[in-house]
Unconditional design. Sequence first.
Length: 317
Amino acid sequence: MLCLNVFNTWTLTVKKAGSGNGTVTSIDGKINCGTDCSEMYVQETMVSLTPAPASGSTFAGWSGDADCSDGQVTIEAEKTCIATFTIAPLSPPQLTLAPTGPLTISPGYPMGFSLTLNNQGDPLPVRLQLLLLPEFLGRELSLVGPVEVTLPSGTVGPIPFSPALPRDIQSLFPGDYSFIGRLLDKSGDLLSEGRTIFTVPARVSIEDYRFNPQFIVVRTGESVQWTNHGAVTHTTTSTTGVWDSGDLAPGSSFSHPFTNADPYPYYCQAHSEMTGGVKVLSGPLQAGPERTKVERRLKKGLKTDKLKKAIQKGLRP
């Protein structure tokens, strides 16, 4: 018996391969593989195939007939196109620090932030670390860890924190204070890092009859702002003639930028017993007894035991 392809039609077949899942559809809507993976087409028809990987899978490419390589198939004979889907690699665990309050704060005010952990895979033993990087120190202070914890599947958190640094330290050393969270694997290699930066402005309150804080440390290029919060007129006047605010009525402010690394004593012309000082650094505070004392005060003021307990509580099943 003689069979003739009178209408010159051919079958286009779509197959799927690989470890992943997905569907393939044709732009004309005839193929939806899925369920319908084979259709007849008239010769010379151009068929456009579109792969759609399922969640957790990726499309790895086409194989089969040579004409299938880009998903655009010209029907000239029986053809088979193979779409390969593979399981998408899991993203490594992620750590995020996010502010929960203002990023510009006054000395002694809580710095609100939260820690969130996300793990797409199976429960994983990791090491968690929380650090503080004060701009004026130029180096990180370890607050918590690394502590060994088991990170469960899914999302943990947000775990809230609201530490308050010692007011006197922040008053003396304004600038940026960065909290850094690090997630490490068992060998200590970094998996993820997040940070939140809080800024303490360089401000001096003029009160009756004192400067508060009396001394302040800034870096070159920064400015100090004085505001008269008292009931009478005051001035901020450099003893070496570098600046003079003139009379500052109650509620008035004055700012001065510092470009050179030097100490700058000053006083109030109206009340000579009111004195203060600005120390300008060109880099971090140098190592020595003063720096060691400041670092200890910072860590003690942050109550690191409470931070560690908050992390352990947040990771508790």
